[in-house]
Design a protein around this ligand. Sequence first.
Ligand code: TRP
Ligand code: SF4
Length: 341
Amino acid sequence: MSRKRILTGDRPTGPLHLGHYVGSVANRARLQDEFETFVIIADAQALTTNFDRPERLAEDVLNVAMDNLACGVDPQKSVLFVQSLVPAIAELTVFYANLVTVNQLFHNPTIKTEAAQHNFEESMPFGFLGYPVSQAADITFCRANLVPVGEDQLPHIEMTRKIVRKFNSLYAPVLVEPEARVSEVSRLPGLDGGAKMSKSLGNAIYLSDPPDVVKQKVARAVTDPARIHPTDKGHPEICTVFAWHRAFNRAESDDIGERCRAGTIGCVPCKARLVAVLNEFLEPIRARRAGYEQDPDLVRDILSTGTARARHEGDRTMALVRAAMKIDYFPPPAPAATAGN
Ligand code: TRP
Ligand code: SF4
């Protein structure tokens, strides 16, 4: 029996931040012993909002690879690969595009939120609107069973499942219907109090941020606006800093919440404690990352080995898909009868 498969990953639009970590990177590093894990660096998806800046991708692909490795994604256990170098993903996208309506895409809540952030007005790229279709190809090209993601990705997994069901019932049941696995802490609010950390909003702490930058960013974080004096009674449930204590300082967080409510801890020491906890957590990640930064050729080797493996899986899936669709016009000749060997 072969192990079940995971496919997950990120867009390379800059280094990864702590939102990526709690939403999915931690989960993938934890699950790689149990599942055969594929980690996609979705460079073509990054282009759907950054097509005018392709020159950044080379560096960002490498950054995201190093972030994954630094967080414990082990190239001996996981396949770390680059999306645009796996032809099966582009090919599946073309076929899947017929199984989805533009209305379904326009109603996808994550597309709606991101479209609003990008302010496309009348010029939304077709590639942006359609990226969930390409994401269905990301997930299915390796016949993944499980997709560990943050909550915001659930509409895309739902769309993938619909596409798979439609494909399997229309043609032949060769695709695997994946399941989402949302991590316990799936959403970390931005430091500005916004719903989500995001690179474009500039409210994130990066895995690669040095200690003093972490300190400055936490110092600026939005807390309960009702607290002016340290003895004012607070509302931790609406405080960004508290949400972060919950995610990274679980053991002390109940106590901190009570003291905030009672007005016996001020925001300044509360933040100082968070800075200490975050820096302690980030220290080993920074150290491992520094090792890879010294040796970018090693990172490129890991990526090219992983990508070759992904291409191989993609070719296998495409053979099944073409046969199911009856478009395998030139099937390989049946092996010749063996004579003598
Ligand atoms: N859309 C994901 C994000 O923005 C990245 C991604 C691309 C992904 N392809 C994927 C995630 C496949 C899970 C599975 O973070
Ligand atoms: Fe937030 Fe801590 Fe201040 Fe309470 S004491 S409002 S949890 S920063």
